[in-house]
Design a protein around this ligand. Structure first.
Ligand SMILES: [Zn+2]
Length: 355
């Protein structure tokens, strides 16, 4: 069965109308800034499918060109942080490329399978596996997060913070509350000044859809400031194809703060909405769809056109901002109602109030 048989012809795909999503092409969007390519087209990454580089003193960054992870050679054993399926066995190859030390420790950043689902490549016997307690709960509840290989079950968990000492190398593990997911921890090596903070920022890029598919948007937004509290040379963020600098983290924080500010501004101005009369009150979902789309478009336009501190607009500065900002705008508008406690003028308008 070919793709057309499965999904319909390209023409059919464009005919979902109001029930469907827009299907666009590359030329509908702004070209990607050169520095956002990162390691994607490096000869070694193209040849091997991965790129590995030392951040500092035994701490290594490894990427498939889409998914990133970290590992630290301590002198007598490797500590791996995450194992994304899109790196898979290439993570082991990257480790073997730079050291003969065995992998003795594994730290999970969070339970999402796209970042830890290949951890079975490390085997399980004798491996010390560390995670937040919520991550262990998820792995025990849904063992298939590790696919056919399965996932090594955490042998040691914690709830707020913990310092690991592996052959004299310190790992500071911090959980400051719900963010991208419950249990998403930051892993910091003070000597190497390397920080793994997964699925918060995407260096050089706008985050992936809906604030990187986060479960708690307010916590995800706050986590940008948590990253900046560390004294780091490199932040390994899980995506996309290079590690991040302080400047990258500041840009992601400011971009997110602008979306939140414009979303609040949109809600303040949401009283005079012509579509309410036009659509009426018979189909609540059409009303809400129009409300969110109008607010989302307002926030998206304001954000993409905002001139930032380096003189560029967000649309010019962050790769893929013109693809993804609308999803963040929608998600943040929704979060303002659910997580920030704002009751919108729109809601007051459509629901009868006491006189
Ligand atoms: Zn995730």
């Amino acid at each position: 069965m070919n793709d057309h048989a499965k999904f319909g012809t390209p023409t059919d795909r464009h005919h979902l109308g109001a029930a469907g999503m827009p299907l666009n092409t590359l030329s509908d969007y702004r070209p990607i800034p050169a520095d956002a390519y990162g390691t994607l087209f490096l000869p070694d990454r193209l040849a091997k499918g991965y790129h590995v580089e030392e951040i500092n003193d035994g701490a290594f960054y490894v990427t498939s060109g889409a998914y990133d992870a970290m590992f630290v050679a301590t002198g007598n054993g490797v500590v791996a942080i995450d194992a994304p399926p899109l790196l898979g066995v290439n993570m082991l190859r990257a480790i073997r490329e730079v050291t003969d030390e065995p992998v003795t420790h594994l730290i999970y950043s969070h339970y999402h399978s796209d970042h830890i689902g290949a951890a079975g490549i490390f085997g399980g016997d004798g491996l010390t596996v560390v995670s937040h307690e919520y991550t262990r709960e998820m792995i025990e509840r849904w063992p298939d997060l590790g696919g056919t290989r399965g996932l090594p079950t955490p042998t040691h968990t914690f709830s707020t913070s913990e310092t690991l000492d592996v052959n004299g190398v310190k790992f500071q593990l911090d959980y400051k509350g719900v963010n991208h997911t419950p249990g998403n921890i930051f892993i910091y090596t003070p000597k190497q000044k390397a920080l793994a903070a997964i699925d918060i920022i995407s260096p050089g890029w706008s985050a992936f859809k809906h604030c990187d598919a986060s479960e708690n948007i307010r916590g995800w937004a706050e986590a940008h400031d948590w990253i900046l509290e560390y004294d780091f040379k490199a932040v390994v963020s899980g995506h996309v194809n290079r590690w991040g600098t302080r400047e990258d983290a500041q840009a992601s924080r400011d971009y997110t703060a602008d979306i939140i500010a414009f979303a609040k501004e949109a809600l303040d101005q949401a009283e005079d909405l012509e579509f309410i009369e036009r659509i009426g009150f018979s189909n609540a979902w059409v009303l809400w769809e129009n409300y969110f789309n109008e607010m989302t478009n307002y926030v998206t336009k304001k954000t993409l056109e905002k001139v930032t501190d380096n003189g560029q607009t967000w649309g010019q500065r962050l790769a893929g901002a013109d693809v993804m900002t609308k999803y963040h705008a929608y998600t943040i508008l929704e979060a303002l109602r659910l997580e920030y406690g704002l009751v919108t003028a729109f809601e007051k308008r459509i629901i009868p109030q006491e006189a």
